[in-house]
Structure formats: C-alpha cells, structure tokens
Design a binder for this molecule. Structure first.
Ligand code: AMP
Length: 189
C-alpha cells in the first residue's frame, strides 16, 4: 500500500475524541509511509487530518470539485491539489489514486463516499479495501445495519466480510494488507 483515501467530516463533531482520532490516523499514515488522498478541504476533521500529515512531513493529495474551490474550501499548502469538474469525478479519482479507503467519523458526505466505494467493490469497479474507523463506536449503528442486511438476505456473508469496522489501527492495517476483493457480483433471476 502506498496511498490511502480518507473520507471524513467537513465538521469536527462535538467531542474532542473525533479530532484526536483524526490526528491518530494522520500519525499512523506517516508512520507507515502512506500518503494521504482526501477531499482537499481545510475545515473540520478534513483540515485536522491534512494539517497533521503535513506537520509530520507526510504527503497530502487533495482532490476537489471546482465549485468547492470557488467557495474557498480548499486547504492551502497541500503537496498537490487536483481540481476536478464535479463530485462524481472527484470520488472516482480518489479511488484511482489510492490503494485503500478509510472513513473517519463524519456526516452524510463521508457515509456516501465510503458506501459508494464498497458498493463499487462488489461491482468489480473498486479493488481497494474499505474500512470504517469505528472511533468510540461511532459507526456501530451502521455496522448493525450491515449485519441485518446480511441476516435478511440482501448481502452475502462473504461480501459482508469485505467491509471492516474497527477502532484498532493495527487491525485495520492487517485487514487492508491481506485484503482480497470480493468476487464480482452476479445476478440470478
Ligand atoms: P460530511 O461528512 O457531510 O461533512 O462531508 C464530508 C465529505 O464530503 C468529505 O469527505 C468531502 O469529500 C466532501 N465535502 C463536504 N464538504 C466539504 C468541504 N468543505 N471541503 C471539501 N470536501 C467537502
């Protein structure tokens, strides 16, 4: 693994544990010689994450749609900022540039990005592992939803096991390093 795409809140949440987790994840990236690929924003957990990686002399690649750049959302001073026409191209580009995706706590944007990456993995359009960094159980309701989906026959157990929830960065590293993409989804009538 060389580069990791991180999805996270453009807000910081109302508890310092989320900011601390963003800093921990940034340190983990640099300690493991992994570059950061992210949305390019300077606010919320996004800004904290990028700032910490840069402070530790890591490399940060931001990818941002023109409309957000025009609104002044970009972090100034990234290793590289790629400006793309829209959000769809940004998400595709983030996957292409990286070898794995991790979601920190965040809002609808974060959720949409990591779930899309997982859905694309099942379609054969994303070979990268998808992980939810489950800081203080933030993603527990989502984990329950995925387990329920599996129990109720909307997701196979094999595919369920391709989406990893953990609050341990060591376990996350092992999962990502040993990941084998799902068998491409087939459809029966
Ligand atoms: P949310 O989780 O709803 O706060 O949205 C965060 C996600 O949406 C990030 O991973 C970004 O890709 C995108 N996003 C939303 N707002 C911004 C922003 N101000 N700057 C950059 N990206 C943003």
């Amino acid at each position: 693994m060389k580069r990791i795409a991180v999805y996270c809140g453009a807000s910081s949440g109302n508890n310092d544990i989320y900011k601390q987790a963003a800093v921990r994840l940034a340190d983990w990236l640099v300690d493991n010689n992994l570059d950061l690929v992210y949305g390019g924003g300077g606010v919320g957990l996004m800004g904290i994450l990028a700032q910490e990686v840069l402070d530790k002399k890591g490399l940060v690649y931001g990818i941002m749609p023109q409309e957000l750049v025009d609104r002044g959302a970009a972090y100034d001073g990234l290793t590289d900022l790629q400006v793309v026409p829209n959000m769809s191209i940004r998400k595709q580009q983030m996957l292409e540039l990286s070898d794995g995706c991790i979601a920190l706590p965040g809002g609808p944007g974060t959720l949409e990005e990591i779930i899309e990456a997982f859905s694309w993995a099942r379609l054969g359009d994303n070979v990268n592992p998808c992980v939810l960094y489950n800081v203080d159980g933030y993603f527990n309701p989502l984990k329950l939803m995925f387990d329920d989906m599996t129990n109720k026959g909307f997701l196979t157990s094999d595919d369920r096991n391709k989406l990893f929830f953990s609050d341990s960065l060591d376990d996350i590293y092992d999962f990502m390093n040993n990941y084998i993409p799902p068998i491409i989804r087939q459809y029966s009538k």
